[in-house]
Design a protein around this ligand. Structure first.
Ligand code: PMV
Ligand code: MG
Length: 334
């Protein structure tokens, strides 16, 4: 047990494969975004939780606002007890809201806070957790809550890299949790795959923020019934094509592939490409770049890959004129 520790977790955005990845065995490419949530954990006489998301603090007594953090702590307590580690109260301070002017960015803050709490407790108890174990522990927290996501956000945030993530059957693992011990579950094969990807494609990666918050779980419930087998196979093919093209640096295939997955999302449901996201996409027209909506859509962020600096500049100007803010930009080099 250490006296005072600091850890951080990143955000994430989907490059491709959103919605399809909800079906077990389907894949997505998800990019880490280095906009961080940070936490400090230190020994205390009693549990004290303090997040800047809320105007009040909490202990471990039930508190609706802190429920996600408290359930994560509970899971870690179960895990530590199974490892026969004595528990000690701590004060946990969480900062970095992943929002501006009260509007969230949509970078996966709830997934990030779960991973953050686990990382903080691992640091506090001096547990070495691999990225994979971090992912599994975080996934168990969300499975127990009945979360309807693919867990792709957790995969990316736990690995803190651009990842290829192939989803597992969440219903089946949730079922297993009922009668299998946590330690056993953590060792089993869940059927997912997480592969870090190192793109070999020189370009600018840009994030455009619509300033319109969207709620993924609501969109998922709206769109789920429309997911056809043809959408699934076509998206899966493109995700694989895009992954390969990123790895070998085939620009034209990357552009075609992003365009195709974007088109598939456009056809899937009008709820995905709202007006701002259509403007975000339209802004790349005629430029050597490709922009698309990211994640559940209906607001939040879109992403772009741009292959020349002038194109990047024009894209950013067009975004700004459409009320889209550049939240993040990075250069990919070979
Ligand atoms: O909008 P986001 O970043 O929460 O992404 C949601 C992506 C979906 O595939 C629609 C859902 C999921 O959990 O994978
Ligand atoms: Mg979103």
């Amino acid at each position: 047990m250490k006296t005072k520790m600091q850890v951080q977790t990143c955000g994430k955005l989907y490059l491709a494969g959103e919605y399809a990845v909800l079906s077990p065995g389907h894949a997505a490419l998800i990019k880490n975004i280095p906009i961080y949530m940070r936490t400090e954990i230190e020994v205390a006489d009693s549990y004290e939780l303090d997040s800047d998301l809320f105007s009040h603090k909490a202990s471990l007594a039930p508190d609706a606002d802190y429920a996600l953090i408290q359930e994560t702590i509970q899971l870690m307590h179960d895990y530590l007890s199974l490892l026969q580690r004595p528990l000690h109260p701590f004060a946990l301070t969480i900062r970095g809201k992943m929002e501006k002017d009260g509007r969230k960015f949509g970078l996966g803050s709830s997934g990030s806070v779960v991973v953050l709490t686990i990382k903080a407790m691992a640091a506090f108890y001096q547990l070495k957790l691999s990225s994979d174990l971090l992912f599994r522990l975080a996934a168990v927290v969300l499975l127990k809550r009945g979360d309807n996501g693919s867990m792709g956000d957790l995969a990316c945030i736990a690995y803190e890299q651009l990842v290829y993530y192939r989803s597992f059957d969440r219903m089946a693992i949730r079922q297993r949790l009922v009668d299998t011990s946590l330690l056993e579950i953590l060792k089993q094969d869940w059927g997912y795959e997480i592969k870090p990807i190192q793109p070999a494609l020189p370009c600018d990666f840009l994030v455009g923020w619509t300033r319109e918050p969207a709620i993924s779980s609501v969109l998922i419930n709206q769109v789920k019934a429309k997911i056809s087998s043809s959408f699934l196979t076509q998206t899966q093919d493109e995700v694989l094509r895009l992954e390969k093209a990123l790895l070998v640096g085939e620009k034209e295939i990357v552009k075609q592939s992003l365009e195709k997955v974007s088109c598939l999302l456009l056809q899937l449901s009008p709820a995905i490409y709202n007006e701002k996201l259509r403007a975000l996409k339209r802004s790349s027209q005629g430029l050597d770049c490709m922009a698309k909506s990211s994640g559940a859509g209906g607001g939040d962020c879109g992403i772009a890959l741009s292959f020349d600096s002038e194109a990047s500049q024009i894209l950013v100007e067009r975004w700004q004129a459409a009320g889209i803010e550049v939240l993040y930009k990075e250069r990919w080099d070979r």
